[in-house]
Design a protein around this ligand. Structure first.
Ligand code: ADP
Ligand code: GLC
Length: 475
């Protein structure tokens, strides 16, 4: 089977969130099942320099009604694998400081950029002579690809994975001509929804098979509370909306993979190094270096989805349990200022590092006793899975993938769950964690159990393969 896997982010080449982690690791697991899978992404400025890749198509003419864009295609491989990664190079659209735009707004020409990218992926498939049997598109920036395929009588089947329904790629209908879509053509009704162009809706409507990244979220998005207005469209696809839990690559994450220069490896059998990582983190954050006080952290994009505004309301009582709290993240300026102000007002207990910093993220996971993730909604969530690999016990809101990966139920609890996202329930769930922390034997057993949880890609890759087969048969 030949599969073209298309994503706007692929770790470690260009990453904004978990989508990149998935696109960088799932294809490797699928390749191990014997599939000829190749990955396509735009050549963002963050990607390796041209000299580090091979130029496989110096001239790729990407046609759309009324014009042609002169692009090119570079090739490299996903790290530690033979999986080819094609980078579509078109500098006017993708040689920019950020992947999507600033925290305040996406680049205004996003519709053109991603209409182009969908067409480029289809063109490249032919130009390279790959001839995929199936295309696997991910999230709204790739949403027009299933739509274009559905309009083509010779189009290949498509799988579309929803990583986050909160970002749909919605634009006024008036941008259609700029995207080279003739308002009178049959393309427009396929890509329009609720009076807008909607990339996500276009994909949900047109893909042969749709899935999302946990079973719970696959159910939730068919309800008005979680559907972001697309619940009816999703429900209309009923049996073709599947849930497959993400995994992580344990060669990339875990106590053997610590930031450069830090030497405190540890394991579920020998946790001594974790205490050293905690002391190092406390020191770097300017918090009192104290092994007796539990250190709770969050590593997150600072956006509404992640519920950190609710956590902020709970924080004064959480740190009086007592506990220390530190956040690593960036995004929404109001949230950034809020956490900086709280850290300034209570430097003995609260620290805030406002940045995107992969090394620091690893130190946060390794040094933390408790990992708090109070998301309003969470399609899967990789951070809590990564935290578990490092032995940080999760405290989560029981929604979406958080509910599917963390349980407080006896006899094998793996964390603490607030059923409703209200400050009081977050305080109580953290208090239960802190109570457990004060009982060293109980805590050690919990940390060890958390570290032994396996969310590896193997199982999920098998499920994706079954989904691919289903799409091929359906077509
Ligand atoms: P989302 O994709 O919604 O942001 P996930 O939990 O699926 O949420 O994935 C988040 C990924 O981004 C994880 O790999 C996490 O470590 C990383 N991450 C989030 N914030 C930061 C940050 N400030 N610095 C470094 N990595 C971060
Ligand atoms: C999205 C979701 C997150 C998920 C990630 C990878 O960004 O917010 O829950 O883990 O995609 O699928």
């Amino acid at each position: 089977m030949k599969v073209l896997f298309v994503s706007n982010e692929v770790a470690p080449f260009a990453k904004v969130g978990g989508l990149a982690d998935v696109a960088g690791s799932l294809p490797r697991a699928i390749a191990e099942q014997g599939v000829d899978i190749r990955v396509v992404m735009p050549r963002h400025r963050q990607c390796p320099a041209d000299e580090e890749c091979s130029m496989v198509l110096p001239g790729l003419s990407v046609q759309s009604p009324g014009r042609a864009h002169a692009a090119s295609v570079l090739e490299t491989t996903l790290p530690e694998s033979d999986v080819p990664l094609y980078l579509v190079k078109y500098d006017p659209y993708f040689d920019r400081p950020d992947v999507y735009g600033t925290a305040d707004a996406d680049y205004p020409d996003s519709p053109q950029r991603y209409a182009f990218f969908a067409r480029a992926a289809l063109t490249l498939n032919h130009a390279l002579g790959f001839g995929a049997d199936l295309m696997h598109a991910n999230d709204w920036p790739t949403g027009l690809l299933p739509a274009f395929q559905a309009l083509n009588p010779l189009g290949t089947p498509t799988v579309f994975t929803i990583h986050n329904l909160g970002y749909q790629g919605r634009f006024p209908l008036g941008v259609a001509p700029a995207m080279d879509i003739d308002p009178a053509s049959p393309t427009l009704p396929l890509v329009a929804s609720g009076g807008d162009i909607n990339f996500m809706a276009a994909a949900i409507r047109s893909a042969t098979v749709v899935n999302t990244v946990s079973e719970r979220y696959a159910q939730e998005i068919q309800t008005s509370a979680f559907g972001h207005g697309l619940e009816d469209l999703l429900a209309s696809r009923g049996d073709e909306v599947h849930g497959i839990l993400n995994g992580i690559n344990y060669a990339d994450w875990g106590p053997d993979v610590l930031p450069a220069g830090l030497s405190c490896p540890y394991s579920a059998q020998d946790l001594a190094g974790k205490a050293a990582c905690k002391a190092e983190l406390q020191k770097r954050l300017g918090l009192p270096v104290d092994p007796t006080v539990p250190l709770a952290v969050a590593v997150s994009r600072l956006v509404w989805q992640k519920g950190l505004d609710i956590l902020a309301e709970a924080l004064p009582r959480i740190v009086r349990l007592p506990a220390q709290f530190a956040v690593l993240g960036s995004g929404d300026h109001e949230l950034e200022s809020l956490y900086l102000a709280m850290a300034q007002a209570n430097p003995e207990r609260i620290a805030a590092q406002i940045s995107y910093d992969e090394d620091m993220a690893r130190l946060f996971y390794a040094g933390a006793d408790i990992f708090i993730m109070p998301s309003r909604y969470e399609p899967c969530g990789l951070s809590q899975i990564i935290a578990m690999a490092y032995g940080a016990v999760p405290v989560v809101h029981g929604t979406g993938g958080l509910a599917d990966t963390v349980t407080e139920a006896a006899p094998e609890p793996t964390g603490f769950v607030a059923e409703h996202l209200v400050p009081l329930e977050l305080i109580e769930a953290t208090e239960r964690a802190v109570t457990a922390y004060r009982q060293p034997k109980r805590w050690q057993a919990l940390v060890r159990r958390v570290m032994r949880q396996e969310f590896s890609w193997d199982r999920s890759a098998t499920k994706y393969l079954a989904l691919y087969e289903r799409a091929l048969t359906a077509r």
